[in-house]
Design a protein around this ligand. Structure first.
Ligand code: ACO
Length: 402
């Protein structure tokens, strides 16, 4: 690792690194990834262990404050989060301005950005207490916003949060309850939902987190920063891959069509890529994909869904790709998005809700990173440099001479 800041200050160095493949933008004590080993740690704890033994709100506490909570700290944190789950009634009118067929991610970018209008004048981000309240509001309100975006797309009435339910169960309640029918949250689904939230909670300086940090580095309102993160996450090379992946698996349809798609993924003249495969940092198995694969088996089994064709295609595609020299040489393995869509589909979510669910899970990561950045006394506005390749200085040409 070369710290080039001193050299830069002396005017001795200028680095060119498109896509930031080898440039660290910050120091962080939140999440650690060893891409060669396929290891992911939140505050030092392995993701596999947290997935098995912890739950999402505890992980939120861990990411925000750096340590696992005691029982009392956890109860207090839950109480502080749940009291912020409601949205201002006026926000309902804001939703109504969107077309019914808007993608829920588009609605979320707009609504989360609009939240900055509700918490702007009152918010002094230089005050650590106000940063704390902003973080709690964000974690509490994102599920309500995502569920409302879903309800709006269905033309169903909005369902208010229930603070007697846990975080994941409350989200399912807001998505699947309809006033005319009794709805009981299935504990199997609530557990699976919680697991998906946990696995997506943070992933160090990925594109959307870097976007949130960059936006926040100017001192912008945190809701506006998270809206920027949501916009970045939406792309199919990032969080949008979970929707794209399930659509691809459905399009493949049956095991016998896999070789055709593998051949397309390898063809340099075809823009097609295997969605849910490959990662900028992991050059080994994404540990989240392993947990997700097991969870897909467990959840479908518990729900009594046998011989799910999409899961069969996914497993066979993984097997064939991992034996293919192209994928082996380029170290392309399934990532977190490869199996998550299968679970979400089994839970009853349409593909358009996959990325909003990713966004609400990742909100704690974004906001933890935002808090960490603002708490750093050496924090500077993010301002990448460029390598200019345009025209040299030249004289203006009058229009009649062009
Ligand atoms: N299918 C086929 N080939 C691939 C794939 C893929 N999914 N991913 C990478 N490659 C190939 C590239 O064509 C390239 O080949 P080349 O060296 O012959 O030109 C090589 O592997 C390296 O790929 P890059 O795009 O340079 O790697 P980068 O680190 O920039 O991209 C990314 C990583 C964007 C995740 C890429 O693997 C991809 O597009 N994957 C599919 C989309 C996806 O699943 N995204 C989710 C990522 S996880 C997340 O955001 C939560």
């Amino acid at each position: 690792v070369i710290d080039i800041r001193k050299l830069y200050a002396q005017g001795d160095v200028f680095t060119f690194d498109p896509g930031f493949t080898s440039t660290a933008s910050c120091e962080s004590a939140i999440t650690y990834i060893d891409g060669d080993k396929g290891e992911l740690l939140y505050r030092g704890y392995p993701i596999e262990e947290l997935a098995e033994k912890s739950h999402y709100l505890e992980v939120c506490y861990l990411l925000l404050y750096g340590e696992l909570p005691t029982r009392t700290q956890m109860e207090d944190f839950e109480r502080r989060v749940t009291r912020h789950t409601m949205l201002h009634e006026q926000i309902h009118y804001f939703f109504r301005g969107f077309r019914r067929d808007s993608h829920p991610m588009a609605t979320m970018v707009g609504v989360v950005g609009a939240m900055s209008a509700f918490y702007h004048d009152s918010l002094d981000i230089n005050d650590p207490w106000q940063r704390e309240v902003a973080a709690l509001r964000m974690i509490a309100k994102l599920p309500t916003i995502a569920a409302m975006a879903y309800k709006y797309s269905l033309g169903q009435p909005f369902v208010y949060p229930r603070n007697d339910l846990d975080y994941a169960a409350n989200f399912l309640h807001m998505c699947f309850s309809v006033p005319a029918e009794k709805y009981e949250v299935d504990p199997i689904l609530a557990h699976a939902m919680d697991l998906i939230f946990t696995l997506h909670a943070d992933h160090e300086q990925n594109a959307s987190t870097s976007t949130v940090r960059l936006a926040g580095s100017s001192g912008a309102n945190p809701f506006a920063c998270v809206a920027a993160g949501i916009a970045c996450l939406w792309g199919p090379a990032h969080g949008g891959a979970n929707q794209a992946c399930l659509e691809m698996l459905r399009q493949i349809g049956s095991v016998d069509r896999i070789p055709e798609y593998i051949a397309r993924a390898k063809d340099k003249n075809d823009p097609f890529r295997l969605m849910g495969f490959g990662h900028r940092v992991y050059k080994n198995f994404d540990p989240r994909a392993k947990v997700m694969k097991q969870a897909a088996d467990d959840v479908l089994g518990l729900l009594g869904i046998k011989d799910n064709p999409t899961l069969q295609v996914a497993k066979e595609l993984e097997r064939i790709a991992l034996e293919d020299p192209y994928f082996v040489e380029k170290k392309l393995y399934p990532n977190v998005d490869f199996y998550s869509g299968i679970i979400l589909e089994a839970m009853g979510f349409p593909t358009s809700m996959f990325t909003p669910i990713f966004a609400l899970s990742r909100t704690v990561g974004w906001i933890s990173q935002w808090k960490e950045m603002l708490g750093d006394e050496n924090q500077k506005i993010g301002r990448p440099r460029q390598l200019y390749v345009g025209k040299p200085r030249r004289a203006y040409v009058e229009v009649e001479n062009r």
